[in-house]
Design a protein around this ligand. Sequence first.
Ligand code: URA
Ligand code: SF4
Length: 207
Amino acid sequence: MSAAEWVPDQADVAALRTAAAGCAGCELHGPATQTVFSAGNPRAPLMLVGEQPGDVEDREGIPFVGPAGRLLQEAVDEAGIERTRLYVTNAVKHFRFELRGRRRIHQTPQIRHLKACRPWLSAEIAAVAPDLIVCLGAIAAKTLLGNDFRLTQDRGRLIDAEVDGRPRRLIATAHPSAVLRTPAGTERDEAYAALVADLRTAAAALE
Ligand code: URA
Ligand code: SF4
């Protein structure tokens, strides 16, 4: 199970997006509406990697346009990062869900989905060559930094790691959906402030 045979060699983001529309590298393409590839500047210094598209993203074909995306955009603005400096993508490009009645309930992708979809992310990193990669949540962090990565221990810290055999700079932070799931009030305010603080660290590392 792998996207590898769909991924063109040495392709730019536009060519990758076109090819990804036809990916059948794992079973997730079946029930989902479409491949949700990426958004933003293909020459961005900062790459944000999320988990997988959600319900709204699946329908619209654009990452981070639902509730988590709105929170992320607010946090990005508050951290003083211009949107033109961002390339936004996901570890897995199809929405994984379970049907409950007519509702589609998000299901976390499994390691095998991360592995199957990983060739797309590798090709994106090679094409965009960002100065810094921000992993939004544990799933993105694990796909890029290994399954042993612990977000609770190492979030918000600049990490030098080898990704696909090349040295890269990364930082892992909370997923915006995790902030949304935090009970409203002080706790959520703190979770949101911590996300903004990590994005500020990322922005500062670019200068
Ligand atoms: N959550 C993600 O991780 N990615 C999206 O695109 C939307 C929600
Ligand atoms: Fe291909 Fe990734 Fe979609 Fe699986 S989730 S079909 S590997 S694009």
